[in-house]
Design a binder for this molecule. Structure first.
Ligand code: SF4
Length: 340
Protein backbone atom coordinates (compact mmCIF):
# COMPACT_ATOMS: atom_id res chain seq x y z
CA UNK A 1 0.00 0.00 0.00
CA UNK A 2 1.39 3.42 -0.97
CA UNK A 3 1.65 6.28 1.46
CA UNK A 4 -0.80 9.08 0.73
CA UNK A 5 2.07 11.48 1.51
CA UNK A 6 3.86 10.47 -1.68
CA UNK A 7 1.10 11.93 -3.89
CA UNK A 8 0.42 15.41 -5.12
CA UNK A 9 -3.15 16.64 -4.74
CA UNK A 10 -3.96 16.42 -8.44
CA UNK A 11 -2.62 12.83 -8.66
CA UNK A 12 -4.94 11.91 -5.79
CA UNK A 13 -7.86 13.64 -7.54
CA UNK A 14 -7.15 11.62 -10.71
CA UNK A 15 -7.35 8.45 -8.68
CA UNK A 16 -10.73 9.42 -7.19
CA UNK A 17 -12.07 10.55 -10.58
CA UNK A 18 -12.56 6.84 -11.36
CA UNK A 19 -15.17 6.82 -8.58
CA UNK A 20 -16.97 9.85 -10.01
CA UNK A 21 -15.72 12.08 -7.21
CA UNK A 22 -15.59 15.72 -8.29
CA UNK A 23 -12.09 17.25 -8.37
CA UNK A 24 -12.93 19.97 -5.80
CA UNK A 25 -14.19 17.34 -3.34
CA UNK A 26 -11.03 15.22 -3.84
CA UNK A 27 -8.79 18.25 -3.29
CA UNK A 28 -10.67 19.20 -0.12
CA UNK A 29 -10.41 15.64 1.12
CA UNK A 30 -6.67 15.60 0.37
CA UNK A 31 -6.02 18.95 2.11
CA UNK A 32 -8.00 17.73 5.08
CA UNK A 33 -5.76 14.65 5.38
CA UNK A 34 -2.73 16.91 5.12
CA UNK A 35 -4.11 19.01 7.99
CA UNK A 36 -4.63 22.12 5.91
CA UNK A 37 -8.38 22.58 6.45
CA UNK A 38 -10.99 21.96 9.10
CA UNK A 39 -13.13 18.90 8.48
CA UNK A 40 -15.90 19.84 6.07
CA UNK A 41 -19.16 18.09 5.76
CA UNK A 42 -18.60 16.37 2.46
CA UNK A 43 -19.50 12.81 1.78
CA UNK A 44 -17.61 10.31 -0.32
CA UNK A 45 -19.37 7.24 -1.60
CA UNK A 46 -18.74 4.05 0.35
CA UNK A 47 -16.92 2.65 -2.68
CA UNK A 48 -14.56 5.66 -2.86
CA UNK A 49 -13.91 5.51 0.89
CA UNK A 50 -13.13 1.81 0.72
CA UNK A 51 -10.84 2.30 -2.23
CA UNK A 52 -8.86 4.99 -0.38
CA UNK A 53 -8.48 2.62 2.57
CA UNK A 54 -7.27 -0.19 0.31
CA UNK A 55 -4.90 1.86 -1.80
CA UNK A 56 -3.40 4.42 0.56
CA UNK A 57 -1.58 4.30 3.82
CA UNK A 58 -2.30 7.35 5.98
CA UNK A 59 0.19 6.53 8.74
CA UNK A 60 2.54 9.18 10.07
CA UNK A 61 5.82 8.56 11.88
CA UNK A 62 5.44 8.06 15.60
CA UNK A 63 6.74 10.70 18.01
CA UNK A 64 9.21 8.49 19.85
CA UNK A 65 10.16 11.28 22.23
CA UNK A 66 10.34 15.04 22.32
CA UNK A 67 12.28 17.66 24.15
CA UNK A 68 11.51 21.35 24.73
CA UNK A 69 14.19 23.99 25.06
CA UNK A 70 13.97 27.03 27.33
CA UNK A 71 13.84 29.20 24.17
CA UNK A 72 10.71 27.45 22.79
CA UNK A 73 12.53 25.11 20.41
CA UNK A 74 10.97 21.64 20.24
CA UNK A 75 13.03 18.66 19.12
CA UNK A 76 11.15 15.58 17.91
CA UNK A 77 12.58 12.11 17.55
CA UNK A 78 10.38 10.53 14.88
CA UNK A 79 10.17 6.79 14.31
CA UNK A 80 9.32 5.25 10.95
CA UNK A 81 7.72 1.86 10.35
CA UNK A 82 11.07 0.05 10.01
CA UNK A 83 12.18 1.41 13.38
CA UNK A 84 14.60 3.98 11.91
CA UNK A 85 14.52 7.33 13.63
CA UNK A 86 15.30 10.89 12.58
CA UNK A 87 15.13 14.18 14.37
CA UNK A 88 13.04 17.16 13.26
CA UNK A 89 13.13 20.49 15.05
CA UNK A 90 10.55 23.27 15.39
CA UNK A 91 12.32 26.57 16.01
CA UNK A 92 10.35 29.47 17.40
CA UNK A 93 11.12 32.96 16.10
CA UNK A 94 8.59 35.31 17.74
CA UNK A 95 5.71 32.85 17.21
CA UNK A 96 6.77 32.16 13.62
CA UNK A 97 8.01 28.63 13.38
CA UNK A 98 10.77 27.25 11.20
CA UNK A 99 10.85 23.48 10.81
CA UNK A 100 14.24 21.89 10.36
CA UNK A 101 13.70 18.59 8.54
CA UNK A 102 15.96 15.61 7.86
CA UNK A 103 16.56 14.11 4.43
CA UNK A 104 18.46 10.95 5.41
CA UNK A 105 18.83 8.65 8.42
CA UNK A 106 22.36 9.68 9.42
CA UNK A 107 24.73 11.11 6.82
CA UNK A 108 27.64 9.97 4.66
CA UNK A 109 29.49 13.29 4.49
CA UNK A 110 31.67 12.93 7.61
CA UNK A 111 31.85 16.65 8.48
CA UNK A 112 34.28 16.98 11.36
CA UNK A 113 32.15 19.29 13.53
CA UNK A 114 28.87 17.38 13.14
CA UNK A 115 27.19 14.96 15.51
CA UNK A 116 25.09 13.36 12.73
CA UNK A 117 28.32 12.45 10.92
CA UNK A 118 29.29 10.10 13.76
CA UNK A 119 26.23 7.98 12.90
CA UNK A 120 27.20 7.33 9.25
CA UNK A 121 24.53 6.91 6.57
CA UNK A 122 21.86 4.33 7.46
CA UNK A 123 19.46 5.03 4.60
CA UNK A 124 17.79 7.66 2.48
CA UNK A 125 14.37 8.93 3.48
CA UNK A 126 11.63 8.31 0.93
CA UNK A 127 9.73 11.37 -0.35
CA UNK A 128 6.66 10.49 1.74
CA UNK A 129 8.83 10.19 4.86
CA UNK A 130 10.20 13.70 4.27
CA UNK A 131 6.68 15.07 3.78
CA UNK A 132 5.28 13.14 6.74
CA UNK A 133 7.87 14.71 9.08
CA UNK A 134 6.34 18.05 8.13
CA UNK A 135 2.76 16.81 8.67
CA UNK A 136 3.62 15.11 11.98
CA UNK A 137 5.29 18.19 13.46
CA UNK A 138 2.62 20.61 12.18
CA UNK A 139 -0.13 18.40 13.55
CA UNK A 140 1.55 18.50 16.97
CA UNK A 141 1.87 22.31 16.83
CA UNK A 142 -1.84 22.58 15.86
CA UNK A 143 -3.05 20.13 18.51
CA UNK A 144 -1.05 21.83 21.25
CA UNK A 145 -2.28 25.22 20.08
CA UNK A 146 1.31 26.35 19.60
CA UNK A 147 1.06 27.53 16.01
CA UNK A 148 -1.34 27.22 13.12
CA UNK A 149 0.62 29.39 10.70
CA UNK A 150 2.48 27.97 7.72
CA UNK A 151 6.09 27.62 8.80
CA UNK A 152 9.39 28.11 7.03
CA UNK A 153 11.17 24.88 6.21
CA UNK A 154 14.92 24.35 6.22
CA UNK A 155 16.60 21.13 5.17
CA UNK A 156 19.38 21.38 7.72
CA UNK A 157 18.54 18.31 9.78
CA UNK A 158 20.18 14.92 9.36
CA UNK A 159 21.63 14.18 5.95
CA UNK A 160 22.94 15.92 2.86
CA UNK A 161 19.68 16.70 1.00
CA UNK A 162 21.28 16.69 -2.48
CA UNK A 163 22.71 13.21 -1.81
CA UNK A 164 19.07 12.02 -1.78
CA UNK A 165 18.10 14.11 -4.79
CA UNK A 166 15.17 12.21 -6.31
CA UNK A 167 13.29 11.81 -3.03
CA UNK A 168 13.98 15.43 -2.10
CA UNK A 169 12.70 16.57 -5.49
CA UNK A 170 9.47 14.59 -5.15
CA UNK A 171 8.95 15.84 -1.57
CA UNK A 172 9.43 19.45 -2.71
CA UNK A 173 6.86 19.00 -5.48
CA UNK A 174 4.36 17.76 -2.87
CA UNK A 175 5.14 20.55 -0.38
CA UNK A 176 4.96 23.23 -3.07
CA UNK A 177 1.93 21.81 -4.94
CA UNK A 178 -0.51 24.73 -5.28
CA UNK A 179 -3.56 22.45 -5.08
CA UNK A 180 -2.24 20.81 -1.92
CA UNK A 181 0.04 22.17 0.82
CA UNK A 182 0.94 25.21 -1.31
CA UNK A 183 4.12 26.24 0.56
CA UNK A 184 5.87 29.19 -1.03
CA UNK A 185 9.32 28.58 -2.53
CA UNK A 186 10.89 31.42 -0.59
CA UNK A 187 9.80 29.73 2.64
CA UNK A 188 11.86 26.61 1.89
CA UNK A 189 15.66 26.44 2.10
CA UNK A 190 17.86 23.53 1.07
CA UNK A 191 21.27 23.54 2.69
CA UNK A 192 24.14 21.70 1.01
CA UNK A 193 27.65 20.94 2.17
CA UNK A 194 28.72 20.93 -1.50
CA UNK A 195 27.52 17.72 -3.13
CA UNK A 196 28.36 18.71 -6.70
CA UNK A 197 26.42 15.98 -8.59
CA UNK A 198 23.26 17.30 -6.87
CA UNK A 199 24.18 20.96 -7.39
CA UNK A 200 24.46 20.24 -11.12
CA UNK A 201 20.82 19.08 -11.12
CA UNK A 202 19.37 22.03 -9.20
CA UNK A 203 17.46 23.32 -12.22
CA UNK A 204 15.23 20.22 -11.90
CA UNK A 205 13.85 21.49 -8.57
CA UNK A 206 10.90 23.82 -8.08
CA UNK A 207 11.94 27.33 -6.94
CA UNK A 208 13.35 27.19 -3.40
CA UNK A 209 16.18 28.99 -1.57
CA UNK A 210 19.64 27.47 -1.42
CA UNK A 211 22.22 27.70 1.33
CA UNK A 212 25.82 26.61 0.92
CA UNK A 213 27.89 25.56 3.94
CA UNK A 214 31.26 27.15 3.27
CA UNK A 215 32.91 27.52 6.70
CA UNK A 216 36.34 28.37 5.21
CA UNK A 217 37.83 29.44 1.90
CA UNK A 218 41.19 27.92 2.86
CA UNK A 219 41.25 24.58 1.04
CA UNK A 220 43.05 22.63 3.76
CA UNK A 221 40.79 23.99 6.52
CA UNK A 222 37.60 23.35 4.57
CA UNK A 223 38.70 19.84 3.61
CA UNK A 224 39.38 19.07 7.27
CA UNK A 225 35.92 20.38 8.24
CA UNK A 226 34.03 19.00 5.21
CA UNK A 227 36.00 16.12 3.59
CA UNK A 228 33.70 16.34 0.54
CA UNK A 229 35.71 19.45 -0.40
CA UNK A 230 38.50 17.19 -1.63
CA UNK A 231 36.35 15.67 -4.39
CA UNK A 232 34.19 18.74 -4.96
CA UNK A 233 36.15 21.94 -4.21
CA UNK A 234 34.03 24.80 -2.92
CA UNK A 235 34.85 27.15 -5.81
CA UNK A 236 33.47 24.70 -8.34
CA UNK A 237 30.37 24.16 -6.20
CA UNK A 238 29.75 27.89 -5.82
CA UNK A 239 30.17 28.62 -9.54
CA UNK A 240 27.78 25.82 -10.39
CA UNK A 241 25.37 26.95 -7.68
CA UNK A 242 25.40 30.52 -9.00
CA UNK A 243 24.51 29.15 -12.46
CA UNK A 244 21.75 26.78 -11.30
CA UNK A 245 20.44 28.65 -8.26
CA UNK A 246 16.74 27.73 -8.09
CA UNK A 247 15.83 30.57 -5.69
CA UNK A 248 13.64 33.43 -6.84
CA UNK A 249 15.95 36.16 -5.55
CA UNK A 250 19.07 34.42 -6.91
CA UNK A 251 21.13 35.48 -3.88
CA UNK A 252 23.32 32.72 -2.49
CA UNK A 253 23.03 32.16 1.23
CA UNK A 254 26.44 31.22 2.56
CA UNK A 255 26.59 29.50 5.94
CA UNK A 256 29.77 30.15 7.86
CA UNK A 257 30.19 28.22 11.10
CA UNK A 258 32.56 30.11 13.39
CA UNK A 259 34.99 27.81 15.20
CA UNK A 260 37.39 29.32 17.72
CA UNK A 261 40.99 29.43 16.45
CA UNK A 262 40.08 27.56 13.25
CA UNK A 263 38.35 30.02 10.89
CA UNK A 264 37.47 33.08 13.00
CA UNK A 265 40.48 35.39 12.57
CA UNK A 266 40.26 38.79 10.90
CA UNK A 267 42.54 37.41 8.15
CA UNK A 268 39.94 34.70 7.55
CA UNK A 269 37.27 37.41 7.19
CA UNK A 270 39.45 39.35 4.75
CA UNK A 271 40.23 36.27 2.68
CA UNK A 272 36.56 35.28 2.66
CA UNK A 273 35.49 38.68 1.26
CA UNK A 274 38.28 38.60 -1.33
CA UNK A 275 37.59 35.04 -2.54
CA UNK A 276 33.84 35.64 -2.87
CA UNK A 277 34.22 38.73 -5.03
CA UNK A 278 32.00 38.47 -8.10
CA UNK A 279 29.30 36.33 -6.41
CA UNK A 280 25.94 37.72 -5.28
CA UNK A 281 25.74 36.37 -1.74
CA UNK A 282 24.71 36.88 1.88
CA UNK A 283 26.68 35.36 4.74
CA UNK A 284 25.04 33.85 7.81
CA UNK A 285 27.58 33.64 10.61
CA UNK A 286 26.82 30.78 13.00
CA UNK A 287 28.80 30.56 16.25
CA UNK A 288 29.48 26.85 16.92
CA UNK A 289 27.61 25.01 19.72
CA UNK A 290 30.12 22.71 21.38
CA UNK A 291 29.05 19.19 22.41
CA UNK A 292 30.76 16.42 24.33
CA UNK A 293 33.39 14.47 22.38
CA UNK A 294 33.88 17.16 19.71
CA UNK A 295 37.17 19.09 19.70
CA UNK A 296 35.84 22.42 18.42
CA UNK A 297 35.00 25.44 20.55
CA UNK A 298 32.69 28.41 20.20
CA UNK A 299 34.44 31.77 19.70
CA UNK A 300 33.81 34.50 22.27
CA UNK A 301 30.97 36.95 21.55
CA UNK A 302 33.63 39.62 21.03
CA UNK A 303 35.47 37.54 18.42
CA UNK A 304 32.16 36.89 16.60
CA UNK A 305 31.33 40.61 16.62
CA UNK A 306 34.79 41.58 15.36
CA UNK A 307 34.53 39.04 12.53
CA UNK A 308 31.12 40.44 11.56
CA UNK A 309 32.35 44.04 11.69
CA UNK A 310 35.34 43.20 9.53
CA UNK A 311 33.07 41.71 6.88
CA UNK A 312 30.74 44.72 7.03
CA UNK A 313 33.73 47.07 6.62
CA UNK A 314 34.53 45.08 3.45
CA UNK A 315 30.96 45.69 2.20
CA UNK A 316 29.85 42.10 2.74
CA UNK A 317 26.15 41.57 3.54
CA UNK A 318 26.13 39.48 6.67
CA UNK A 319 24.45 38.78 10.00
CA UNK A 320 25.06 36.58 13.02
CA UNK A 321 22.41 33.88 13.16
CA UNK A 322 21.02 33.34 16.63
CA UNK A 323 21.43 29.72 17.54
CA UNK A 324 18.39 28.01 18.99
CA UNK A 325 17.91 24.92 21.09
CA UNK A 326 21.54 24.76 22.27
CA UNK A 327 20.50 23.24 25.60
CA UNK A 328 18.78 20.25 23.93
CA UNK A 329 21.32 19.71 21.12
CA UNK A 330 18.83 20.90 18.52
CA UNK A 331 21.17 23.37 16.84
CA UNK A 332 22.81 22.99 13.44
CA UNK A 333 24.98 19.85 13.15
CA UNK A 334 23.75 18.43 16.46
CA UNK A 335 21.04 16.02 15.41
CA UNK A 336 21.32 12.29 15.82
CA UNK A 337 18.86 9.37 15.70
CA UNK A 338 19.13 8.59 19.38
CA UNK A 339 16.77 8.65 22.34
CA UNK A 340 16.22 12.17 23.66
S1 SF4 B 1 26.96 18.84 8.54
FE1 SF4 B 1 25.29 18.12 7.25
S2 SF4 B 1 26.35 17.22 5.46
FE2 SF4 B 1 27.90 17.38 7.09
S3 SF4 B 1 27.85 15.37 8.12
FE3 SF4 B 1 26.45 16.75 9.23
S4 SF4 B 1 24.43 16.33 8.35
FE4 SF4 B 1 25.98 15.55 6.91
Amino acid sequence: MNSIYSYQATEFAHFLADFSVKEEVSLDFYRNIFGEKKKRSFQLSEEAQKSIETHFNLELPEIDSLQKSSDGTIKFLLKFKDGKKVEAVALNFHKNYTLCLSSQVGCAMKCDFCLTATQGLERNLKAHEIVSQYIRVMRYLHEQDISKKKPNIVFMGQGEPLHNFDNLKQALMILRDRSGLDLAGDKITISTSGYLPGIKRLNELPAVNMAFSLHSVREEVRTKLIPLNKSYPWKECLSELAKNNPSIKKILNIEYLLLAGVNDSLEDAQLLARELEGFDYFINLIPFNPFAGNPYQRPSDQAVEEFRKKLVSLKVRTMVRTTKGDDILAACGQLKSKEI
